[in-house]
Design a binder for this molecule. Sequence first.
Ligand code: 9G3
Length: 578
Amino acid sequence: MRVTQALIPTLREVPAEADTISHQLLLRAGMLRRVAAGVYTLLPLGYRVVQKIERIVREEMNRAGGVEMLLPIIQPAELWYESGRWNVYGPELFRLKDRHDREFCLGPTHEEVITDLVRQEVKSYRQLPLLLYQIQNKYRDERRPRFGLLRGREFIMKDLYSFDRDEEGLEISYRKMYEAYTRIFTRCGLTFRAVEADSGAIGGSDTHEFMVLADTGEAEIVYCTGCDYAADVEKAPCRAETKDVCEEMLDTELVATPGARTVREVAEYLNVTPDRIIKTLLYEADGELVAVLVRGDRNVNEIKVKNFLGVNQMEIALENESEERYGLPFGYVGPVGLKEKGVVKILADEEVMYLRNAAVGANRMGFHYRNVNPNRDFVVDNYGDFRVAEEGDLCPCCNQPLKMRRGIEVGQIFKLGTKYSKALGATVLDEQGNEIPIVMGCYGIGITRTMAAAVEQGHDEDGIIWPVDIAPFEVVIMAVNQRDSLQTEIAEKIYQDLRNAGIDVIYDDRTERPGVKFKDADLIGYPIRLVVGNRAITDNLLEIKLRSTGEIIYKEKGDAISYLREVLNRLRKDNNLT
Ligand code: 9G3
């Protein structure tokens, strides 16, 4: 490819709309443009990266026994009624009607459509196992689309569905996918970790997330320093340290705490540490008001609460809702007398049980109580594990302290079991002629998200540093002076030689100043830059620069190709698997 014939509109300035590094750099490198909120065009260079990731994914899915197909984006509502999910997903599901007023959605995922296919076409256990996959656009009407390709409303996903006759078969399919995912992200040149996760609303039991480690990631991962346990904080179980509480219960006092709403403010005002405060959060769970209590220095794990309650929708009650709808003064809510205010259920994290003489909100604007004791002063419906794990918590496997890192979820694998096959009636006949529900798994990779994650992980102040196997091109070649025919003749010749040698090369044939072309090369992040300058004419020497290290080497023209091959192999050595 020649730069003059492509569309690579690089930008010097950081676009105001860009809220993360990957978003900024993909826009600036001329790979991405916004069309609407959460909807993007992939320009030629961006699309090449996507195609390279897709190729790796295809190779590994096929190697694992997967078979590619293509399901429709438009899905009839009937299938979602059958699975029971049409009303589980609210505004996140893009819904539409045809001219006959029939309901459809744009596919956010394809469990329904594929299960419908399999129930019609597969009748015998002898046709199993089946691993069917596709790579396709998905649609989710996110409340807040942001971070560019990391949370779009339209995105590219690889989704594979496994169909087995029993749990044993599912276990094998699941393990194959786990291994394939490990190979894929390794080949993409990413630093990642597979972690235990929560299966959420999709149902099913086992699930792992594949996280690209990056400080800018939204997800938090805890991992053990003593064993190989690793989990999403949303999933990681917490145990309260059991202790004998012998502190004497004091008389409750009402104290004015004007202006002190947050735990920090209250702690300061009352001169206590945050772990002596009970924090009360209000949630609307399937239309009912629920309170969750945690120690002041902890955070509520909404996923754990949602799973415990078994509800579909759960939202925290914000300041105006708390005050206007329930008459509960935001920042001063507490468990004493809370049931009389319309709260249906009070849940408390186990640690709250061990608190004595704690401070809580008094349900009165500007007031807190001191010396409040669980069970004496308020009743909890259920104690349980409702808090978010933290660094230093003990590993659930080996009791060593946990550490924490941030990550970007690029893949997830689920054991679904028979949820969808039972709902839609996807069964096979076994050897005895019994009709048994097919046991399913589903396995996703965010292709466009993987691209963004690679940038979050690989960049410096000058631009992107692509792993060599997903870079838009492996090599960029340019002449220092595109108006110097001696230089361009050499550049042209090497460009053709590299192409013939099967090296993925782009020729920056613009008559720009060399500084401009150098800056663009760094911004776009080609792994290798090859420059033809005067030394190519006088000494037969080419300048070769590595993007990742900045290292510059001069090589004889005749040795350039074999040297580039060597460097490319070295760059990909760590990622290549046998
Ligand atoms: C929806 C909407 C959003 C969704 C879903 C359904 C997430 C939904 C979970 C999955 C699970 C797996 C196959 C590939 C791997 C992941 N968000 N999920 O089911 F209707 Cl609006 O998609 N699906």
